[in-house]
Design a protein around this ligand. Structure first.
Ligand code: IPM
Ligand code: MN
Length: 364
């Protein structure tokens, strides 16, 4: 059997609980495709800080770069909120994304019919929604310089810089256009070009790339309007491409269309590397209770199989297992509405249901 090493960074809060389910499911699905998954777990985020005095060590970064594929849980929590910017758990994540060069963050928003009732948005509005967000992940206001605090006339100030270069925009736009070709053939680029200089360059750069893809329809939308349209009529979107900050905000909003942010996986790609993480945070309020929804982490493992391991069958097996579990009415607390035919389940029960579903599919 071929061996494949994956670095796992379980992180903080519910991160370790959901990552452990994702790893179990990943191992089972890959084994059926003839690949044995070996994992190397490293402390990361607040947990890393508690152990090493830094949220990520150079050794961990080196290991991630060496093995190229990383499965991450979640980082952050109130315990580490008072730390200086460079010691915060989030700093580790930003550093990792930058060092791996994973500039294209894919966030698929798919509404499972079984969960349509779990969303706070009306069922008829969300049913059939299938959006693929391409969020720029290693530039924009998250990384722009200068970034500083000072004081003028007794009045303290802070500033961040939103900066994009044409090449940064265009390498992401190309990925979005390529993806649209395999879907409904439509790209919506989201910016704030009526106000921001960086957005005007964004728009111009995307239009230039679109000339290479005459078969793909390109539209532009201002980010404030987009926030509204996502709730008003999410089915109008196919592929969405946007900057780091706008993508961060819009993807949390879009998550609610799926019923719970606990459903959203992500893949961050670039330079041959792949970082896979659920979109949700560390949920410190429920950490350790065994009730966290592991499906976003599990779906991230499916993306790992598809985009980095080149194991589409394993990816399908994992995604089908998620569907089976939902069809069978197994629901963690965030998804449970008391609907007849559903049961409230803990994280481990969901794991068992997923493994059973994969096992049955393999045996069949
Ligand atoms: C996300 C998260 C991160 C981000 C935080 C934890 C730094 O919100 O992945 O969406 O802002 O990118
Ligand atoms: Mn976010």
């Amino acid at each position: 059997m071929t061996k494949q090493t994956i670095i796992t960074l379980p992180g903080d809060g519910i991160g370790p609980e959901v990552t452990s389910v994702a790893v179990a499911v990943l191992k089972r699905a890959c084994k059926a495709s003839g690949v044995e998954i070996e994992t190397i777990a490293q402390p990361f985020g607040g947990t890393g800080y508690d152990l090493n005095g830094t949220p990520v060590t150079d050794e961990t970064l080196e290991l991630c770069k060496q093995h190229r594929f990383v499965l991450l849980g979640a980082v952050g929590g109130p315990k580490w909120d008072e730390l200086s910017a460079d010691k915060r758990p989030e700093a580790a994540l930003l550093k990792l994304r930058k060092e791996l060069g994973v500039y294209a963050n894919l966030r698929p928003i798919k509404v499972y019919p079984e969960l349509a009732a779990a969303s706070t948005v009306k069922e008829e509005v969300i049913a059939g929604t299938d959006i693929l967000i391409y969020r720029e992940l290693t530039g924009g206001i998250y990384f722009g310089k200068p970034r500083e605090s000072g004081e003028v006339d007794d009045d303290p100030y802070s500033l961040d810089t939103m900066r994009y270069s044409r090449s940064e925009v265009q390498r992401l736009a190309r990925k979005a256009f390529e993806a649209a070709r395999l879907r409904d053939g439509r790209v919506c680029s989201v910016d704030k070009a009526n106000v921001l200089e960086s957005s005007r360059l964004w728009r111009k750069s995307v239009i230039e790339v679109s000339e290479e893809y005459p078969d793909v329809e390109l539209t532009h939308m201002l980010v404030d309007n987009c926030a509204m349209q996502l709730i008003r009529d999410p089915k109008q979107f196919d592929v969405m491409v946007t900057g780091n900050l706008f993508g961060d905000i819009l993807s949390d909003e879009a998550a609610m269309l799926t019923g719970s942010i606990g459903m959203l996986p992500s893949a961050s790609l670039g330079d041959g590397n792949g970082l896979y993480e659920p979109v949700h945070g560390s949920a410190p309020d429920i950490a350790g209770e065994g009730i966290a929804n592991p499906l976003a982490a599990v779906a991230s493992a499916a993306l790992l199989c598809r985009h980095s391991l080149n194991l589409p069958n394993a990816a399908d097996a994992i995604e089908n297992a998620i569907k089976t579990v939902l069809k069978n009415g197994v629901r963690t607390a965030d998804l449970y509405t008391g609907e007849t035919g559903t049961v409230k389940a803990g994280t481990k029960e969901v794991e068992k249901a997923l493994l059973d579903a994969i096992g049955e599919a393999v045996a069949a």
